[in-house]
Design a protein around this ligand. Structure first.
Ligand code: AMP
Length: 114
């Protein structure tokens, strides 16, 4: 199966502006930012989307969420706040089939989303 663009970033086949990585997850700046700070946090494991995650991924997903909040704080978003978004499937607006959590901040964000 062909690697997704995010798998290629994980494997360092293509460059990305990485802000955090460990043995389980990787965070890098979004190429098309929708807010002053827009970072993507992905698991190294190739899970296509949250709807395809399994019970065995429980710890990994918990780690990803906690690290997303840590990265948001490290990027200075702790005080004013930030938004974590996971798009799932066509109606959810998912365009890359490798689970990713958007970390958005640096301006007030609208609700509800479009
Ligand atoms: P989604 O629409 O939720 O699947 O989000 C995919 C995100 O990946 C979009 O915000 C894109 O701007 C971003 N993106 C796509 N390719 C790259 C890349 N090579 N480096 C960084 N971000 C990317």
């Amino acid at each position: 199966m062909e690697k997704t663009i995010f798998q290629k970033i994980c494997d360092k086949d293509i460059p990305a502006d990485i802000v955090y990585e460990d043995d389980q997850v990787l965070a890098f700046h979004d190429a098309n930012p929708q807010a002053p700070t827009h970072v993507l946090m992905i698991p190294r494991k190739a899970i296509s989307r949250v709807n395809d995650a399994q019970d065995e991924d429980k710890l990994l997903l918990g780690h990803l969420l906690l690290k997303a909040a840590e990265v948001a704080r490290d990027l200075g978003l702790g005080e004013n706040g930030f938004r974590l978004v996971i798009n799932n499937g066509q109606d959810g607006g998912e365009s890359v089939p490798h689970l990713h959590c958007h970390i958005l901040g640096g301006r007030p964000l609208q609700w509800p989303p479009g």
